[in-house]
Design a protein around this ligand. Sequence first.
Ligand code: ZN
Length: 494
Amino acid sequence: MNGKPQSARLLIRNGYVITMDDDGTIFENGAIAIGDSGRILAVGYDSDIGLAFSATKTIDAGGAPVHPGFVECHLHASYHLFRSVLPDQLVESESFDTFEGHFYNTVNDEEEYFSVLLACMEMVRNGSTCFMEAGTILTPAMAAKAANEVGVRAILGDPFVWDQPQGFAQGKTEDKQGCSTCAAQAKLHTVLERAPKTRAEALAVLGNELRRNADPDALVTGHVAVLGLGTASEELMMEAKACADAASVTLNIHQSYSPADTEADRNRFGKDPLVHLHETGFLSRNVTLGHANHLTDAECDALLDSGASIAWAPAASMMWGHGSSLHGRHAELWRRGASIALGSDSPNWSNDFDLWRQANLAVMAARDVHMDRTYLIAEDGLYMATRGGARAVGLEKQVGSLEAGKRADIVIHTLDRPEMVPSTNMIRNLFYASRSKSVHTVVIDGRVILEEGRFTQLDERAIYAEIREASRSLLSRMGHTVEANAVPRMRRQG
Ligand SMILES: [Zn+2]
């Protein structure tokens, strides 16, 4: 190596660098140089990078794994203040009217901010550096403030782009009339006072978050989110799609989550939902479907043909018993070349924002249901959480792998965890044993957010104390006492 070393903002040295590039390159004794722009300048062998760059700050990875930050593709970031409040005996069809509806009609801006702050901190601790929110935060500015304070990459949507909120069929068995029963259902559903109620009101908010994209270096950007599950008319869905297309961003929608909403869509479209949505041009490469647990053969073909992505949320389905591991086609679609990413959903649907857990559950469930250890391997899960996620949120040129020119969103683990000892096979140790437990240092956009297990800019304990207080206040105003689970079966009488 000749000449003066090039200056870098940050060097990460002595890492087991899993680049997730197209060739699956791993530098067993690797290093990464990061520039002032927050982008990666070079990735390679430690001996080469160490000579070629001199940096203001150097992090010694101690031989531990270093990989691209995970990308969360399906989540609701504002529910953390009532995490784990829903008891196990609650049926899903009652969850909206007994909890979420009250939540939205009670929560204030500061409480939304605290929820998202906690969600962001949790994601960073678990190795996620970017998330796409599902468009269910009443005041997205509060989410932007929280994400910026933590320093996490966030992709926000407009709040509640819907025009038939009464069409909400989550977990609810519809009759054969589908949405023709909307008027009757309207009386059953809690009305969200601050959310749009008509198409005109939905169109008034649609696209507002895209203004964030004017700054090419913004950490918080916008996309188009539609809640789905029968809450949007087809006209509104197509308006949203046109808006996403014009802005070259992702359109993110819940789709075919439970048997009930899948059936309701089949009734209103007159055929398999994805087949219809492909025929109308709604389904395309920039569309990401949250869940997609219930697909027919024809819908799998439509998905593959369209290039749309699925954000697979295995824990959410398992939590509420929707059968994605038994009936889902995610793993099969992945093997056929579909774009599959992962999501944690929400703090009463999987209860933690940990993509390592989702990736592990996805791989394990696929093996079990197909009765084949080789059906998915650890690397498949890693790909879904990194490159798959980047593609599903429309940032595949920016994040998802450790390559020169990409944003420096990087997770460094520690070997000082029992699960990482002995260090036999680093990928298998990580994926099956330590997962997020060994996340040690996290860099986002070239900034060190978490260093050796501590947030560099946040007083974690003080924030947790404030959030506990905010949660108590919110729950008491919602009129909720936290109900225990029903008595365990082995202790029941008779
Ligand atoms: Zn969701």
